[in-house]
Ligand binder design. Structure first.
Ligand SMILES: Nc1ncnc2c1ncn2[C@@H]1O[C@H](COP(=O)(O)OP(=O)(O)OP(=O)(O)O)[C@@H](O)[C@H]1O
Ligand SMILES: [Mg+2]
Length: 260
């Protein structure tokens, strides 16, 4: 069974003049546990809208979204919020860290609403995951003392601290230079593979998409498979000056991933 399953998902937004803007017009997407899927598309094509629907931050106008086989359209607000926090970890382009909190406090923040042991041990949990992203020594710094790449690693640690089953990343390298972005992405791919979390990455960077086991393009409100390994390889080589990891495995099933 798919972990996430969208069928015929539409999302329309009402415009001030009374008309509606069709953002998603019939999206089908299945994501299995542990799988890494990338979605590319132009600015305004609806990528964030799609990711927000997957993360229960937005709801489809029509169509079905099943989470663990359960329809999400009738979830009550409280259960929806709980599932959002338990199942998903979010990484955004602009890091979204709390400026006056240390790295460790930022990473522990999602556990402030946890109960029992998870709440009591949040400080230790935060430090463990900061260690994992290579920032154990910077745990007590505030974000402005950290580089962009380091801030995004803090954001990744925050996304992982509740051990989500799915990490949703919206342009995670969008605010980073090419080389830092490639390193951050490699780390995110590696850690999610290690923890068995599925990873859905939204990007307009083909070299970032090349790291995923499956790739799609969002265009005219629809998802189409993106299957041009040669293009991906060329884009990657052009941007990084190397053939990046992952491009040799295009079409292969990554470890731990069930064949579609
Ligand atoms: N609440 C809203 N009200 C009006 N228009 C909206 C709303 N949400 C999204 N849109 C429009 O829907 C379209 C898709 O937006 P979305 O943010 O999903 O695009 P995107 O692919 O993530 O773009 P970018 O790459 O620039 O982040 C855009 O034209 C946007 O202006
Ligand atoms: Mg967006």
């Amino acid at each position: 069974m798919s972990l996430l399953s969208l069928t015929g998902v539409r999302r329309e937004v009402p415009l001030p003049d009374g008309s509606v803007l069709p953002v998603l017009t019939g999206v089908d997407l299945d994501v299995a546990p542990g799988e890494h899927v990338a979605v590319v598309g132009r600015s305004g094509s609806g990528k964030s809208t799609l990711l927000n629907i997957l993360g229960l931050l937005d709801t489809p106008t029509a169509g079905a979204y099943l989470l663990d086989g359960e329809p999400t359209d009738r979830l009550r607000a409280r259960r929806r919020a709980r599932l959002r926090g338990e199942v998903f970890g979010f990484v955004f382009q602009q890091f979204n860290l709390l400026p006056r909190r240390t790295a460790a406090e930022n990473v522990a923040a999602p556990l402030l609403y946890a109960r029992g042991r998870a709440f009591l041990t949040r400080g230790r949990a935060a430090r463990e995951v900061l260690d994992r992203v290579g920032l154990g020594a910077r745990a007590d710094q505030v974000p402005e003392r950290l580089s962009g790449g380091e801030q995004q690693r803090v954001a990744i640690a925050r996304a992982l601290v509740r051990r989500p089953r799915v990490v949703l990343a919206d342009e995670p390298t969008g605010a980073l230079d090419v080389e830092t972005g490639a390193r951050v992405m490699a780390l995110l791919t590696e850690i999610t593979a290690e923890t068995g979390a599925a990873l859905v990455t939204i990007t307009h960077d083909l070299s970032v998409a090349a790291l995923a086991g499956r790739r799609y393009r969002l265009e005219a409100g629809l998802l189409a498979p993106l299957d041009a390994p040669a293009d991906l390889h060329a884009a990657t080589a052009a941007r990084t000056g190397t053939g990046l990891v992952g491009t040799g495995q295009v079409g292969a099933v990554p470890p731990g991933e069930a064949p579609a």
